[in-house]
Ligand binder design. Structure first.
Ligand code: 1PR
Length: 532
């Protein structure tokens, strides 16, 4: 029996699922006594440092937690659950931490995108029972803007490099804590959890190898466009330039949960579900989609994104639902991020028309509560050729691929409702304004390339990447492994997403990774899930 400290600030479903997948049952801390009676305590922190500490204090958890830690009983802190162990954080300077370890939590000051999101390695500083079964070349999933800075270097278990070397795990006796998310780090993350749950008393070991410098991996993302077919079954479909029907019938490429599991096993670094008819259906009434997430998160231990229909909504009876409520339902069902498409375009149009933000948009409300890393903006642009940059009031670029009349310039018009309606805003401006509003990542599609296998639109990706510091997911057009190398070497995109080639088994994820190995940093393909 594992005791889980969920202080109610976010989704701990994946941690519970990961522990249960290893054959252990979970009990939640309801009262201070539950902490003291725990045999093994896992503390997966989510949200902001100050808010977390206030809840711990209000619930009377601080004193029993310190007693538990000081008695050297088995403890695993995850992410904010690591940061809580220190004296305080630059995130909320007035708020005291638990102070079990001396030192502060500091904001990343690096010339790189913050938050640090993605798969990165670890450099062990000392042996630990947590390292059993690791060879040292593994990568783990991180998402954080702050890192711990211990005064006592003896407690440092691992460090990681991201523009500077930072402490990514600590351990003192049976109290351990990691900055990365084992529950989102595939089979190697499960291995760490298993070691904590079953082998903490085993002798300490060091992994066989230790990287001299760790590198953030370029991520390969599998995308599942999901909708109901004409029989009412939820299927994975795939369009050509967003047309998903063939001879009038919705293409059916498989079942969402099964395909997601397959891509996880094959080494996808993330899975994205797009409910492509979400703009006209209401997701909270669309229970099958929530169920897809719940079932996927039981077996898939990499980050999950869900998009489609994330917006304010008034139903037939006049009941209002906010985008935040819709997103919350998805997070509770196992999503790590939500992706906003149509609504982002309308929000940006509003900001540009009025010259101000309201603080109430879907982007602002969701990122305020769940953090910017939880908000992805899905852009669905289409090329519009012009003879001269002065022809339109948009971000125009000179293109190497001239238009039908030999035009040498183009802009990328944003669309809504799955490409059905073009709007007067360009993709570069959209990305820029969404960054200001608090979005954390851009999923950059391109209708012209979607389903064509012609490769990513590098000009579009470079234009957007130049305008924002946010991580960008390049999407649309992947036709072979070389296209991934192209996008990672000719643009600064942090990740690349594909759908058709994976669904049709033309180029499996493993083949893409094998091709990229040694050319760009990637997460190695997993060697299987640890057995119970
Ligand atoms: O507008 O917030 O309700 O969100 C709807 C979401 O559904 C958006 O993210 C939008 O991109 C997506 N969507 C809507 N209609 C379609 C369609 O295809 N008819 N799918 C659609 C877009 C885009 C990709 C695709 C890549 C890779 N799919 O993510 O998976 O282009 O494809 P490829 O590798 O086969 O070329 P809202």
């Amino acid at each position: 029996m594992v005791t889980l400290l969920d202080y109610g600030a976010g989704n701990v479903r994946s941690v519970v699922n990961a522990i249960q997948s290893l054959g252990h049952s979970v009990r939640f801390v309801q009262s201070p006594e539950d902490i003291l009676s725990a045999k093994k305590l896992v503390f997966p922190g989510v949200g902001a440092f100050g808010a977390m500490m206030r809840v711990l204090r209000n619930k009377g958890f601080v004193e029993p937690l310190l007693r538990y830690l000081e008695a050297d009983r088995p403890f695993l802190g995850i992410c904010l659950g690591l940061q809580a162990l220190f004296q305080g954080s630059e995130e909320d300077p007035g708020e005291e931490g638990l102070g079990f370890f001396k030192g502060m939590v500091r904001r990343f000051r690096v010339n790189l995108a913050v938050p640090h999101i993605g798969w990165n390695g670890i450099k062990p500083r000392k042996p630990s029972a947590l390292f059993h079964g690791l060879d040292g070349e593994e990568k783990f999933y991180f998402v954080h803007s702050y890192h711990v800075d211990p005064e006592d270097s003896e407690v440092i278990l691992t460090t990681t490099d991201y523009g500077r070397e930072f402490v990514s795990a600590v351990q003192k006796g049976r109290v351990a804590a990691v900055q990365f998310h084992p529950e989102k780090s595939g089979s190697v993350g499960l291995r760490i959890l298993k070691n904590f749950l079953e082998a903490l008393e085993a002798p300490s070991v060091l992994p066989a190898k230790a990287p001299a410098l760790t590198q953030l991996a370029k991520r390969i993302i599998a995308c599942l466009d999901v909708r109901s077919n004409d029989q009412g079954d939820l299927v994975v479909t795939k369009g050509d330039q967003y047309d998903v029907r063939e001879k009038g019938v919705v293409r059916n490429l498989g079942k969402p949960v099964e395909l997601a599991r397959r891509y996880y096993e094959e080494g996808a670094d993330e899975i994205t579900f797009l409910n492509i008819t979400g703009f006209r259906d209401f997701p909270l009434k669309d229970l099958p989609m929530l169920e897809v997430l719940e079932r996927t998160s039981e077996k898939v231990f990499v980050p999950l994104t869900i998009g489609g229909g994330i917006r304010d909504y008034v139903d037939k009876d006049g009941t209002k639902y906010s985008a935040l409520q819709v997103a919350s339902a998805y997070f509770r069902s196992g999503a790590d991020k939500v992706s906003i498409g149509s609504d982002a375009v309308l929000i940006v149009e509003d900001v540009r028309r009025t010259g101000k933000t309201t603080g109430r948009s879907a982007i602002e409300t969701i990122s305020r509560l769940y953090g910017s890393q939880a908000v992805v903006i899905s852009i669905d642009p289409r090329r519009v050729y012009v003879a001269s940059p002065r022809e339109v009031p948009h971000h125009v670029l000179e293109t190497q691929i001239p238009g039908p009349q030999g035009e040498r310039y183009c802009w990328y018009q944003c669309t809504i409702k799955g490409g059905r309606e073009g709007r007067p805003v360009d993709a570069v401006t959209l990305a820029r304004v969404c960054e200001e509003l608090g979005a954390g990542e851009i999923l950059l599609n391109c209708i012209d390339r979607d389903g064509t296998n012609l490769g990513f639109d590098l000009e579009l990706i470079n234009a957007v990447k130049e305008a924002v510091t946010l991580p960008v997911i390049a999407s649309s057009g992947a036709g072979c492994a070389e296209h991934f190398l192209e996008v990672f070497t000719q643009t600064r995109a942090e990740s690349a997403l594909a759908a058709g080639i994976f669904h049709r088994n033309e180029v499996p994820i493993g083949a893409v990774k094998a091709f990229l190995q040694g050319k760009v940093p990637i997460r190695p393909t997993p060697h299987g899930t640890p057995q119970r």
